[in-house]
Design a protein around this ligand. Structure first.
Ligand SMILES: [Zn+2]
Ligand SMILES: [Zn+2]
Length: 284
């Protein structure tokens, strides 16, 4: 039987080739990583041939096909910024990260759809984000861009499936775009994943507005705040308002094929619990 694809967003400290080894050590069958310092605009060093080779051989050795790896873009990037200079800087940084992914042999990169910051409206932000995505797709062949839903904190785009649908629609490249659904963000945005009814409504809405063919990844995080809080506070699996049964529903649907076989990434706050969280979820 095929194992589920599950693992944490793991540290790439000391070099990206450390990530697959760290992930394998705790029983992961998927992982996420940053391909450069996520709090800086530019990478300090280009990736060396040696580092690229070491990453690829570590992935082979530990059985991580590219379909199980979902890199995450840096936190400074705002692809929907109405401020031209900030948006251009964001696009340049996003292109650099996508190129690094491509050099590592990776095929997708996960990013948030940005914030309108109050200087434009949602329609304006959708157009700006779509334009940015198009620019990156053009600059970096072979990489698919995976937009993540958000909790809807502040002026963040992405709390509604319609935002993601409209951006993807404007880009018009379903072969090279998709979405990643974060359970904590979904719960915070108003779909109560702690209840069967809330969960089923989330699946139905996703199916009708985006469609399962757009799904490229899942982020499995419990939530510190109640459903609908619009606050992005991750909790450990079973330690929040979604609860173990909420995740059991997801894993059962994943195993049955109702949810496509995409990488599932833990972004839970305590790295010491990752091994146990993986074990718990895999046992379902
Ligand atoms: Zn994210
Ligand atoms: Zn996430």
């Amino acid at each position: 039987m095929n194992d589920i694809l599950l693992g944490p967003h793991i540290s790439a400290a000391g070099g990206v080739s450390n990530a697959p080894c760290r992930a394998a050590k705790i029983g992961a069958t998927a992982f996420a990583l940053f391909v450069k310092n996520q709090k800086r605009w530019a990478a300090r060093h280009p990736l060396s041939e040696e580092e690229i080779g070491a990453f690829e051989s570590a992935c082979r050795e530990h059985n991580f096909p590219v379909s199980s790896i979902l890199p995450h873009a840096g936190y400074l990037i705002n692809i929907a910024s109405p401020k031209t200079e900030l948006r251009q800087r964001s696009v340049r940084s996003f292109i650099e990260e996508s190129l690094r992914c491509s050099l590592l042999g990776l095929t997708m990169i996960n990013i948030h759809p940005g914030s309108h910051t109050g200087l434009t409206d949602e329609t304006g932000a959708v157009a700006l984000a779509a334009e940015a995505v198009r620019q990156v797709l053009e600059a970096v062949p072979g990489i698919a861009i995976v937009l993540e839903n958000t909790a809807g904190q502040g002026t963040a785009m992405g709390a509604r499936f319609e935002h993601l649908r409209d951006i993807l629609g404007k880009v018009g490249r379903p072969d090279r775009t998709g979405v990643c659904i974060d359970t904590c963000h979904l719960h915070a945005a108003g779909w109560d994943l702690g209840t069967e009814a809330g969960y089923n409504r989330a699946l139905e809405d996703f199916k009708h507005i985006l469609g399962f063919e757009t799904l490229r990844g899942l982020h499995l995080n419990d939530a510190k705040q109640p459903a609908g809080s619009r606050k992005d506070r991750h909790a450990g699996i079973g330690q929040g308002t979604i609860g173990t049964e909420g995740f059991a529903r997801i894993i059962r649907d994943y195993r049955s094929g109702r949810i496509p076989r995409v990488p599932m990434i833990l972004e839970t706050p305590d790295p010491h619990r990752w091994e146990e969280e993986i074990k718990t979820l895999k046992a379902i």
